[in-house]
Design a protein around this ligand. Structure first.
Ligand SMILES: NC(=O)c1ccc[n+]([C@@H]2O[C@H](COP(=O)([O-])OP(=O)(O)OC[C@H]3O[C@@H](n4cnc5c(N)ncnc54)[C@H](OP(=O)(O)O)[C@@H]3O)[C@@H](O)[C@H]2O)c1
Length: 215
């Protein structure tokens, strides 16, 4: 299975691609600039010499990918999804983004009509299976392959099979655990919880994570 990272040149896309390359999954880095994607792919290849790491434009990545990760800033998602809608038809699209701003040392959510970035994605690509995941997983930690990831990833989707596939993918990254967060409408709580975690991080100068107990 080929995992595609749209905007995979950014920290979060690179971090996830690195972890999946380490888990022996094939990955393709997408970008608005193919040369930028090539440089990122080469960097990852040097870190994981035996992995199958490809690169291309975001369109090429969307076409070649069996499962797509949206790892662009949330403001960029709308235009990107309008361009790629046909190429994403019938595919699982994992939204990693959230709508957040930081001002005067305080993180806050940006209100969206759809209540979450994940729900907005689904409304823009109704023929795709949108799954919300990874919002609270730090790029810095993903990019440090010596760091053991810790915590839970809450996965939400209206599509059971798509959600189960993404939950399995989450657990390919040591030692993350996937938690079924229910339908996509619950993604707003995860996105908002991530804003709270960012505020905790700012206050404690750390990178906090969550662990659900009792499951
Ligand atoms: N950083 C984190 O720790 C973290 C953690 C959890 C979730 N997230 C979420 O993951 C997403 C990516 O985060 P990031 O920190 O990796 O972001 P980023 O570095 O700011 O952006 C990622 C990539 O998106 C592409 N991009 C930027 N502006 C764009 C535009 N207007 N149109 C199309 N593509 C554009 C760029 O790729 P090209 O220039 O190559 O096209 C860029 O390298 C965000 O939604 C963020 O909320 C981030």
């Amino acid at each position: 299975m080929m995992l595609a990272f749209l905007g995979g040149t950014g920290a979060e896309g690179q971090g996830l691609a690195l972890r999946y390359a380490l888990a022996n999954e094939d990955v393709i880095i997408g970008s608005r600039e193919k040369d930028k994607a090539r440089k990122t792919a080469e960097k990852l290849q040097a870190l994981v010499p035996n992995a199958q790491i490809f690169y291309g434009s975001n369109i090429e990545a969307a076409v070649r990918g069996d499962l797509i990760f949206l790892t662009v800033p949330y403001e960029a998602e709308e235009d990107l999804l309008r361009i790629l809608r046909d190429h994403l038809f019938g595919k699982i699209v994992v939204n990693v983004g959230l709508a957040m701003k930081i001002q005067d040392g305080l993180a806050s959510t940006i209100e969206l009509e759809e209540r979450s970035v994940s729900a907005k994605c689904q409304s823009l690509i109704p023929g795709s299976y949108v799954v919300s995941a990874f919002q609270n997983i730090s790029a810095v930690e993903l990019l440090n392959s010596n760091h053991r990831m810790e915590g839970d990833v809450i996965v939400c989707s209206d599509y059971k099979e798509a959600k189960e596939r993404v939950m399995k993918l989450v657990e390919l990254i040591n030692d993350l655990r996937a938690i079924d967060g229910g339908p996509l409408q619950n993604a707003r709580f995860v996105e908002e919880l991530t804003v709270l975690l960012v505020n905790i991080n700012l206050r404690y100068k750390t990178r906090s994570a969550i662990k659900i107990i009792g499951v």
